[in-house]
Design a binder for this molecule. Structure first.
Ligand code: IMP
Ligand code: MG
Length: 175
């Protein structure tokens, strides 16, 4: 992938405006009084997580897990590597898992299974920046989603290709 063929799919202004709107939906859904634990799925969700968190109005706890399913390729490896799954006790807490993109659904299915068996949260919901519905293999849908995306490989705003391009402030793709 060379930089001269990178096309912009969603520019920075559109991206940030839509994430703010999504934060408003989340504020409306949960209300602003009770605390919410937001769990960032590293590394891809890092930019989305920080941008979203800026506009959430309830008391927020931030937690981070590390999962990997893509390896070096552009297709899911079909296996999830748990790099870090250490979470504090979440009994009785409302939890919002924040992920960059739901593709086959493997990664989030794995994380939800883990949380169901180990964390005993009051409620767990999912917020994703992108929903690649056409690639879904697990019966899972996000509760909050910023954008639907076709089955193309996108980079930027946290999303990588072989660990590069995460720092781009927009979403791009290669033709
Ligand atoms: P899933 O487990 O198949 O749902 O894949 C989810 C993970 O694959 C995401 O957390 C991303 O890290 C990665 N991924 C899926 N699609 C893309 C893409 O278009 N660009 C970059 N990473 C992607
Ligand atoms: Mg990811």
């Amino acid at each position: 992938m060379s930089d001269n063929k990178l096309k912009i799919l969603i520019d920075e202004k559109t991206l940030v405006m839509r994430i703010k709107e999504l934060a408003d939906d989340i504020n409306k859904f949960y209300g602003t009084d009770d605390e919410l634990t937001i769990v960032c799925v590293l590394k891809g969700a890092v930019m989305f997580f920080c941008e979203l968190a800026k506009y959430l109005k309830m008391p927020i706890r931030m937690e981070f897990v590390g999962l990997s399913s893509y390896g070096e390729a552009k297709k899911s490896s079909g296996k999830v590597s748990a790099l870090n799954l250490s979470l504090p006790p979440l009994e009785g807490k409302n939890v919002l898992v924040v992920e960059d993109i739901m593709d086959t659904g493997l990664t989030l299915n794995f994380l939800l299974d883990f949380m169901r068996s180990n964390c005993r949260a009051k409620d767990v919901k999912l917020a994703v920046m992108f929903d690649k519905k056409c690639a879904r293999k697990y019966p899972l849908a996000p509760d909050f989603c910023a954008f639907d995306v076709d089955d193309k490989f996108i980079v930027g705003f946290g999303l990588d290709y072989s660990e590069l391009y995460r720092n781009l402030p927009f979403i791009g793709y290669y033709e």
